[in-house]
Design a protein around this ligand. Structure first.
Ligand code: SF4
Length: 431
């Protein structure tokens, strides 16, 4: 990606009281800058980041997810960091053996996945601990565990958990304990095929839409899917409360779907596809969209798949993309440089719906990145930004509850087993 002169750096400034106390001096300096152009912002960032990067070299690794708001992805790339999807992010501690300090500008579950696969001497930090994923927030361990206990009592070891990457380490550990695996939108089909081949009932958490899409991809019809509720409702739902018909449907199902979802991806509708197709656009969607949208589109896949579509496009091509708004904006800017037109699929005049960005990811911005790196450089990174496996994060305050070391080790062991199964199946499928 390119930073070009006068390109705005961040679309919205956060209010000062959104920053943790230690970061406020950095935020005050940033907010006092006269504008958000690279010509102004980069020298300010250079003053902090360059000395730290010179000091640490490859011991310091900067990471961001494709969905980051504003131009932060370009800034992370500008300072030698890496932009990736959640699968690639999870592997970064392993792939960068020299990295001792890993600074992630994205959401908590991604940082925790990196920490799960990291060595004990590799420290992982998140630039804003209040950056959570709303889908994951309706699928915390305290929501899922009662449902899991009920299902386990009925089906025992004939059931396994498949946990989408958008889950906490504790939920991934649940998958690991049952012999299950983690999956991402890029490998969910291969992981589901692997799981179905074992003939067990699959408890798929947390995204009901991806769950339905993967069932469609792997030939599990709707009558073999059972929809559990999400969030608090899912926690209160019990097998013993089900009537005889629902109980039979549960017994007959091959996949039980937890009821969470991503608000960013559920605004899309099949009619939007027709609108853009009529205008000559090819329509590509993310599989967190409702299944009827995925079935109607010209193609569906992970953020990496969608970015690859941009890289493979030819001058004159037109693509309508249904995914997170900041990603589409960045893709549109890059595509314009090669004569390709990209639109956000929900951006249809008068359609009553708008394409939106992931608001929680956008809580990471230049002052958060600068403050985090500078405080690591000074040797006093705040503990609230330090990510350990099994942490329970309150996304409103950023406060984290931390497990004792022996409990942390146990969660890490099971969550790592589930992640490792994902890696093994994915790499096998690629070779
Ligand atoms: S876009 Fe949706 S699924 Fe992705 S991090 Fe944001 S809320 Fe979670």
């Amino acid at each position: 990606m390119q930073i070009v002169p006068q390109m705005p750096i961040c679309q919205t400034d956060l209010p000062l009281d959104w920053y943790q106390e230690e970061f406020k001096p950095y935020a005050e300096e940033y907010l006092a800058l006269p504008d958000r152009t690279p010509e102004t912002v980069l020298p300010w960032m250079d003053g902090y980041l360059k000395p730290a990067l010179d000091h640490f070299g490859d011991k310091l690794l900067l990471l961001a997810h494709y969905y980051m708001g504003g131009e932060i992805v370009k800034l992370v790339e500008h300072y030698g960091g890496k932009i990736a999807d959640s699968y690639e992010l999870a592997l970064q501690a392993r792939k960068n053996e020299n990295a001792e300090f890993i600074v992630e500008s994205a959401v908590h579950f991604m940082a925790e996945s990196i920490a799960t696969l990291a060595r004990p001497d590799q420290q992982v930090f998140i630039t804003n601990p209040r950056s959570g994923c709303t889908m994951e927030m309706f699928a915390k361990e305290h929501h899922i565990a009662p449902a899991f206990d009920d299902l386990y009592e009925r089906y025992g070891d004939d059931m396994m958990v498949l946990a989408y990457m958008n889950t906490s380490g504790r939920v991934k550990a649940l998958a690991g304990r049952t012999g299950g695996a983690v999956c991402t939108s890029g490998n969910a089909k291969a992981i589901m095929e692997w799981a179905l081949a074992q003939g067990k009932k699959i408890f798929f958490v947390p995204d009901q839409h991806l769950g339905r899409v993967v069932c469609w991809w792997t030939g599990v019809p709707p009558e073999q899917q059972f929809q559990w509720k999400g969030g608090e409702e899912g926690a209160r739902m019990g097998v013993t409360d089900l009537g005889p018909d629902d109980l039979k449907r549960l017994d007959d199902s091959r996949v039980v779907l937890w009821g969470s979802y991503c608000g960013v991806h559920t605004v899309f509708k099949p009619e939007m596809i027709d609108y853009w197709r009529d205008k000559g656009f090819k329509v590509l969607v993310h599989p967190e969209c409702p299944v009827e949208v995925v079935q109607h589109a010209d193609g569906a896949g992970s953020t990496k798949f969608l970015w690859q579509a941009l890289l493979d496009s030819q001058p004159g091509d037109k693509l309508a993309i249904a995914t997170e708004g900041h990603f589409v904006k960045n893709a549109r800017d890059q595509a314009a440089l090669k004569g390709v037109e990209i639109v956000h699929m929900a951006d249809i005049p008068d359609n009553g719906s708008i394409g939106c960005g992931c608001a929680t990811m956008s809580r990471n911005d230049p002052p958060h990145l600068v403050a985090m790196v500078d405080m690591i450089h000074k040797g006093n990174p705040p503990d609230i930004n330090r990510v350990a496996v099994g942490d329970v994060v309150d996304e409103t305050t950023g406060h984290r509850e931390r497990l004792a070391h022996d409990e942390q080790d146990e969660v890490t062991q099971h969550a790592r087993a589930a992640l490792q199964r994902m890696v093994d199946i994915t790499e096998r499928a690629r070779s």
